[in-house]
Design a protein around this ligand. Structure first.
Ligand code: MN
Length: 698
């Protein structure tokens, strides 16, 4: 296991002996867990976590992160549980591994830029700990390095995801080396031909360039020495992808791009940066408009440096970066530089605080500069978690305010989906519509053509879109359904008067509208349905127009109740009528029709001002009704379970249950869903068979 030995050697250079020992145990643990598994390439699987850990040692990450890297695929791919990892290596390591497994489960699928942006945000938002992102990036880097053994189409998908998601994240975190390598590797798989041509050309060019580079290097070194500036000067190579981008964006030929020489000057202190700049501007003439002071105004990822471009000896442009060694550390390792060169004694919470502080400082230093809004957006997801990012079944990402529920999601997809949703699958599991969504959830709304918004949704939706659509729907639904019901009431009243509704023509209605000052027929009908107007009164008004009608013909006909009238017909909570019960309708002005059982005690306490109507159940009713029953049972263990089982057996649902103590026994108050009286009778019969049940009262 050469890799394992190298890893131990690397961590020994900066970790405490005790921590090195833990890393050694983690290597053994990972080795055992992945025993027998191989990678696509045929290598033993453990070679992958080892390589990932080794990438992280270059960033000098702490022991917990190195151990988590070694175990990062253990929970996802082997029998080992998070609990076992926690037991053996501590909770923080287990949390890192868990965070990584969560990231692994989400996949980026669409091509749109805006989606890539959301996806990056989601990744950052999900990884509460920066180390999770660092390990994930190292994981991705190693996977990209070993991509050859994958199938073609898979390669392309992974490469695209890397280019669009992971490389930009590496850039934002200031991980320059990782950023460049991810770009080049993605480019290689996305455009294999262009990559090959450029890589070959670059190799050839390198030889020719050496002489020019050395000449300029000498000139720079000598010049700086004259000014007594101690400096490390190096030539810089561009990565292949940035050459390609430059060719594309500036329409340059390969030779023209390569003709630009890059150098880096590292000095000891801040002041020397500016002295060196002045010295070099005296050596070669600067190209106007090319100077950038990223020391005074750092880049959004914390990068600091002076950039200038000079006219070189043969008229070739020379790009120069000048910065201190300290700034260079950050330029190389970005966020991870906070782990760099740390003594082994700093506790994790210290490091955490430091990182948080770094983000905070960055936030403050950036709040003045204008081009920072983009990165601030990213910090926002970590520091001010007020948004969640979730997937549609097709892999599109939606951003919703924190606290948003499945109903909010449904409305943000489409109004029709919101208006017809009846259930929701979150991560392939059926959950209530009020369920609050979390980052990375995959949400699938189940709709039904006849489903309608429920006023109860208003209690838990958080987006204004959902709220206003639900309100709007309820309003129009009320008047539409009430008008239908109103028409039935009116027709019934007309029949009772011995008038055929179809005889009430346009002329009758126009006169009625004029007399009442109401704008539309629909409005009058809705008023009737809602109980705001009495059907008999309207019928008389209509019939009296033109011809006379005998009052004696007022034999009443019962109105049929189907239970689907919506808001225009309500079922009284006092007696909870179910199909089969003898019923009566009560119209109160301003309300719809309220249906009670004929023997309902509250009905006979009527306060006047109501109109009673003869109503009957429709023969075909296909919806369940809530009914209340009270069971007196003996105080014995397991009674509730027996009762609940009997209810379920009788194919009913328990909507609600609560208990009261009644001396020797307990009263169970159930609200059940039943189809009709017969169904309820069957339930009660099977409940009576339970020995502990003493009495059943509806
Ligand atoms: Mn992996």
């Amino acid at each position: 296991m050469a890799d394992a030995d190298l890893l131990i050697e690397e961590v020994s250079a900066y970790l405490k002996p005790q921590d090195v020992e833990y890393v050694r145990e983690a290597i053994a643990f990972s080795h055992t867990a992945h025993q027998g598994q191989t990678r696509q390439s045929g290598d033993p699987y453990v070679s992958h976590p080892l390589a990932v850990a080794r990438i992280l040692t270059t960033l000098h990450l702490d022991a917990q992160a190195i151990i988590a890297a070694l175990l990062h695929d253990v929970v996802e791919d082997t029998e080992v549980t998070t609990e076992r990892v926690a037991g053996k290596f501590g909770k923080p390591v287990a949390e890192l591994v868990d965070g990584l497994s969560k990231l692994d489960r989400i996949q980026f699928e669409t091509r749109e830029d805006a989606q890539a942006e959301n996806f990056r945000k989601m990744l950052l938002a999900m990884a509460r700990d920066v180390r999770v992102i660092l390990i994930k990036l190292a994981d991705r880097l190693h996977n990209m390095r070993t991509l050859e053994s994958m199938a073609r189409d898979k390669c392309e998908r992974i490469a695209r995801e890397t280019m669009e998601i992971y490389a930009p994240i590496a850039n934002r975190l200031g991980l320059n080396d990782i950023y460049r390598e991810l770009q080049d590797l993605s480019f290689k798989y996305l455009h294999p031909n262009r990559y090959t041509v450029l890589a070959k050309a670059l190799k050839v060019a390198r030889g020719n360039r050496r002489e020019v580079v050395n000449k300029i290097l000498d000139a720079i070194r000598q010049r700086l020495a004259e000014f007594n500036i101690q400096a490390d000067v190096t030539g810089r190579e561009k990565n292949i992808y940035s050459i390609y981008k430059k060719m594309q964006s500036k329409s340059l030929a390969f030779a023209e791009v390569l003709d630009i020489y890059g150098f880096r000057v590292l000095v000891n202190d801040f002041a020397s940066c500016y002295v060196a700049l002045g010295a070099l501007h005296g050596l070669y003439k600067p190209i106007p408009g090319k100077f950038k002071d990223y020391i005074a105004i750092p880049k959004v990822n914390g990068y600091q440096s002076l950039h200038t471009t000079l006219f070189g000896p043969f008229g070739t442009p020379i790009e120069i970066q000048i910065r201190t060694h300290e700034m260079h550390k950050i330029a190389d390792a970005g966020v991870a530089s906070h782990w760099l060169y740390k003594s082994g004694h700093a506790s994790i919470s210290d490091l955490h605080k430091k990182t948080h502080q770094w983000l905070q400082e960055l936030l403050e230093s950036l709040s003045q500069s204008s081009d920072s809004s983009e990165f601030l957006e990213h910090l926002k997801v970590d520091l001010f978690p007020d948004e969640v990012y979730v997937f549609t079944p097709k892999g599109k990402i939606l951003s919703l305010p924190r606290g948003a529920t499945a109903v909010d999601f449904a409305y943000s997809v489409h109004t029709d989906i919101g208006n017809h949703c009846i259930a929701v699958n979150v991560n392939h599991e059926l959950v209530p519509l009020r369920t609050e969504l979390r980052n990375g959830d995959r949400v699938e709304i189940v709709t039904a053509p006849h489903a309608k918004p429920n006023p109860a949704w208003l209690a838990y939706v958080t987006t204004s879109k959902a709220r206003s659509h639900i309100r709007h729907f309820l309003k129009t639904m009320q008047s539409g359904e009430s008008a239908q019901f109103g028409e039935r009431l009116l027709n019934q009243a007309l029949h009772a008067l011995g008038v055929k509704p179809q005889d009430m023509d346009e002329a009758h209605w126009n006169k009625l509208l004029r007399d009442t000052g109401v704008k539309t027929r629909q409005e009058i009908l809705a008023d009737i349905g809602l109980g705001r107007r009495l059907n008999m009164v309207v019928a008389r008004q209509l019939a009296s127009i033109g011809e006379t009608v005998s009052n004696e013909a007022a034999a009443s006909t019962a109105i049929t109740i189907q239970g689907t009238e919506g808001m225009a017909v309500q079922f009284a909570k006092c007696c909870r009528p179910i199909p089969g019960d003898p019923i009566i309708g009560v119209l109160k002005s301003g309300q719809g029709l309220m249906v009670h059982t004929r023997d309902c005690p509250t009905l006979h306490k009527g306060r006047g001002g109501e109109q009673w109507l003869d109503v009957v159940w429709d023969k075909d009713i296909h919806r369940p009704f809530d009914v209340g029953i009270k069971l007196l049972v003996a105080n014995q263990r397991g009674v509730l379970a027996k009762v609940a089982a009997a209810i379920a057996e009788a194919e009913s649902n328990i909507e609600n249950v609560n208990f009261t103590n009644e001396g020797e026994c307990t009263a169970l108050h159930f609200t059940l869903e039943v189809n009709n009286r017969l169904h309820l009778a069957n339930i009660m019969r099977s409940l009576r068979k339970i020995p502990e049940v003493i009495r059943i009262i509806r």
